[in-house]
Design a protein around this ligand. Structure first.
Ligand code: NAD
Length: 368
């Protein structure tokens, strides 16, 4: 985002400009301070992926930890320079309200805990970044949005692909008409689930199976690549209920989305095979991303020729995560709405609920 001031000087997003004694523009460092993040949940994603990303951020820093494991929390705090007084557990979490260093709470917990910690964070006067999928039900998503609105705080969902250069370039080229009129979209997303005791395979904690966790990437991509909202869904589930991993949640679910322009999205979500692919098929060509939504190593091709991958221009951040974190910080600083607010998470969960219903009732479900 750039802006021109009255003298025609280009301002970077969040920049404050003053004039020197000689009347020349002087860029103030922006913003004056980095926003402070409390990470809730020191698991694979919170600790393994998000915490190491603050070093790549310009507007965000790690200031607090929330964990049920005090030994781990102290070790992580020492490694990343978080003071002991800024270590919390799930019981004293609400006392974050008295810690002015914390601007944003980043919820990296099992899905069933997203609503509770988002609502408690908002009540403590903090902005919230919440991981995907937003919650186990659309009713919970609505309660989260209402709580943040009531507190006057921002709510953003951790849809990192909206800050990922390959996805941004694919979307830009599709919208610029490089493949003509889009006819269909296809995406397969899956990985092989392991431990049957993982919270991801417990319905009460996950809200559902592969669709909630990994198929949501295909669904969200269908929406951001087409820039349309689906009008109906049709889905079919295939799960071996004798497999100890899939006693409670689905393995494979195949779903079709119909968009107002006539574009059809055909998606496969699974917990029993590794696949990560996005295809946009237009009447003049194709855009392929394979893998499309990984942490790294994504690849992009435009046109029929798959021999020469496209190198996209850099994204908004040094990495997709620093772009994501700094986006929320700048939204707070500039009082703007995030590009992936709570309402974006709610839209996906409403469609996911319709997909599950379609699979159960074996019929097409119209979305209103
Ligand atoms: P994880 O199991 O590795 O970590 C979960 C954390 O929650 C752990 O620290 C665990 O101790 C804590 N926790 C607290 N109470 C718990 C309870 N009752 N049961 C289980 N764990 C409990 O999971 P993860 O992979 O870090 O996933 C956390 C969130 O991040 C999920 O919402 C997931 O969908 C999301 N995620 C997002 C991405 C992405 O690319 N955006 C990638 C991975 C995970």
């Amino acid at each position: 985002m750039i802006d021109l001031n009255r003298r025609g000087v280009v301002l970077a997003a969040g920049s404050a400009i003053t004039l020197s004694a000689a009347g020349l523009p002087v860029m103030a460092a922006t913003p004056d301070r980095k926003l402070g993040y409390a990470i809730v949940g020191l698991g694979g994603y919170g600790l393994g992926i998000i915490i190491p990303q603050f070093k790549n951020c310009q507007h965000s820093k790690l200031v607090a930890l929330v964990s049920g494991d005090p030994v781990k929390a102290r070790r992580v705090a020492a490694e990343y320079g978080v003071p002991e007084r800024s270590i919390y557990d799930y019981k004293n979490f609400d006392s974050i309200k008295d810690n002015p260093d914390i601007d944003v709470v980043y919820v990296c917990l099992p899905v069933s805990m997203h609503a509770e910690y988002t609502i408690r964070a908002a009540a403590a006067g903090k902005h919230v970044m919440c991981e995907k999928p937003m919650a186990v039900s659309s009713a919970e998503c609505e309660a989260m949005i209402a709580a943040c609105k009531k507190a006057g705080k921002k709510l953003m969902i951790g849809y990192r692909c909206h800050f990922e250069p390959y996805n941004l370039e694919a979307r830009r080229r599709a919208r610029a008409g490089e493949i003509g009129k889009l006819r269909y979209f296809r995406s397969e997303h899956g990985f092989t689930a392991g431990n049957p005791n993982s919270w991801r395979l417990k319905k009460a904690m996950s809200g559902g199976g592969s669709l909630m966790d990994i198929g949501i990437y295909a669904l969200n991509a269908a929406r951001y690549m087409t820039a349309e909202e689906p009008v109906s869904v049709y889905a079919k589930e295939t799960t071996d209920r004798n497999d100890p991993r899939f006693r409670e949640v689905e393995d494979m679910i195949e779903f079709q989305l119909e968009f107002p322009s006539g574009v059809i999205a055909s998606c496969m979500s699974m917990y029993s095979a590794n696949q990560n692919h996005i295809l946009l098929m237009g009447d003049k060509g194709r855009i392929d991303l394979e893998p499309g939504t990984r942490y790294d190593g994504n690849k992009l091709w435009v046109g029929q020729d798959r021999s020469t991958p496209v190198n996209p221009p850099p994204g908004p951040g040094a990495t997709q995560w620093s772009g994501q974190l700094d986006h929320l910080s700048l939204c707070v600083i500039n009082n703007k709405e995030p590009i992936v607010p709570g309402e974006e998470g709610l839209r996906d969960i409403r469609i996911i609920e319709a997909i599950y219903r379609s699979a159960r009732e074996q019929k097409r479900i119209a979305l209103t």
